[in-house]
Design a protein around this ligand. Structure first.
Ligand SMILES: NC(=O)c1ccc[n+]([C@@H]2O[C@H](COP(=O)([O-])OP(=O)(O)OC[C@H]3O[C@@H](n4cnc5c(N)ncnc54)[C@H](OP(=O)(O)O)[C@@H]3O)[C@@H](O)[C@H]2O)c1
Length: 341
């Protein structure tokens, strides 16, 4: 099969079609989205070392089922369209085929083109788990009226989190530093937008919020640690998704009895947790919300075909740290070096 691998240069290579584990689906990949995890894993690939097949965000069509699924039944059958983020410890999906555990897959929302569907799974899972599992907010509105500060509102994770939080009835204060990213946060439904290039406390105070009940930090954990401690309401909760570079002073949260939570979208797949299938269920709920037009794909840039040059463009854009929403690549086109005839 055709595959794009990091050497760390991005190149196209012919690789064997993946072998299935018992619970895997073999998926023929139609579109892939890029994420900062791709550029981070790529940065760790040593020149001359083993190349790495990247990409943990995509959509495609089920081609075959692993033996446990054939024997015991599966939620999906060959021909079904699925979305998935998968498992970062396994080869990624920037290839014509990927093997992915069925329990991590959701159905592709009907009526959504491939690139827009591929833009959903990784960020939707991260946002959903952050808000509704780690922070313990209610997705269906039992916490309506609670205040949530989202740091990094315009990026991939932020822009789907704003939508999910607003749908849950929360008062969402999203941060963005440029006119276009601020406008994007408004489009995603943010109640208020603040600028993270200026001190946040006075901006929140001007909006009438001395503190907030919850904070979702989708950016730099170290940089925002003291300000999060200042802005969190007593007994409030904070979630972060980016590993810290230096030790964090947990004591800053003690007087307020504030809680801190990590969210790592690959925890369930990495440890094979008993509730692994929760990710498939979350993705099915996301599909239902998209079909009901209660949630929209955050795709802002679609590149075609899926090839090394377009993937390099997408990585450059992501590394700028200024992406709005998501970038995805769609369709395989003619193999490199062919005249397409
Ligand atoms: N733990 C997990 O499971 C998990 C999952 C997904 C992502 N992540 C990590 O979370 C981070 C965000 O991911 P993403 O996909 O949302 O990234 P992204 O799409 O590349 O985020 C881009 C956005 O970041 C904003 N930004 C830049 N500097 C900022 C700052 N100082 N404060 C707040 N926002 C800032 C920019 O907004 P402005 O242009 O307005 O400044 C831009 O819109 C990455 O480090 C990624 O690796 C972790």
């Amino acid at each position: 099969m055709r595959a794009l691998v990091a050497t760390p240069e991005l190149i196209e290579q012919e690789l064997p079609t993946p072998k299935l584990r018992p619970h895997d689906l073999l998926v023929r990949v139609e579109a892939v989205a890029v994420n900062p995890v791709d550029t981070k894993v790529r940065a760790g690939v040593a020149p001359g070392g083993p190349p790495r097949l990247l990409g943990w965000d995509g959509c495609g069509v089920v081609e075959a089922l692993g033996e446990a699924l054939v024997k015991d039944g599966s939620r999906f059958q060959p021909g079904d369209a699925v979305i998935f983020a998968g498992d970062v410890s396994r080869p990624g999906c920037q290839a014509e085929f990927v093997a992915v555990d069925e329990r991590l897959c959701g159905r592709r929302p009907r009526g959504l083109e491939a690139a827009a569907a591929a833009a959903l799974p990784l960020t939707a899972l991260t946002a959903w788990e952050s808000l509704f599992e780690r922070l313990g907010l209610d997705p269906e509105g039992a916490d309506a009226g609670s205040t949530l500060l989202i740091l990094g509102g315009a990026g991939g994770v932020g822009s789907i989190a704003i939508q999910l939080a607003r749908r849950a009835g929360l008062v969402v204060i999203a941060s963005a530093s440029r006119p276009e990213s601020q406008a994007w946060c408004q489009q995603m439904g943010a109640t208020h937008v603040v600028d993270h290039s200026h001190p946040l406390g006075p901006q929140l105070a001007a909006l009438g919020f001395a503190t907030v009940e919850a904070i979702a930090n989708f950016s730099d954990t170290d940089a925002y640690w003291p300000v999060m401690a200042e802005l969190i309401r007593p007994q409030g909760a904070i979630v972060a998704i980016v590993g810290n570079r230096a030790p964090l002073d947990l004591n800053l949260l003690k007087a307020k009895s504030a809680s801190f939570h990590w969210e790592f979208m690959f925890t369930r797949s990495q440890f094979g947790t008993a509730d692994l299938a929760a990710q498939g269920r979350i993705l099915d709920r996301i599909a239902t919300l998209v079909e009901a037009e209660a949630l929209r794909s955050t795709l802002t840039r679609r590149l075609s075909p899926i090839n090394a040059a377009n993937l390099a463009l997408a990585h450059d854009q992501l590394r700028s740290g200024r992406t709005l929403g998501k970038i995805a690549l769609e369709g395989w086109g003619a193999p490199e070096g062919s005249d397409g005839a």
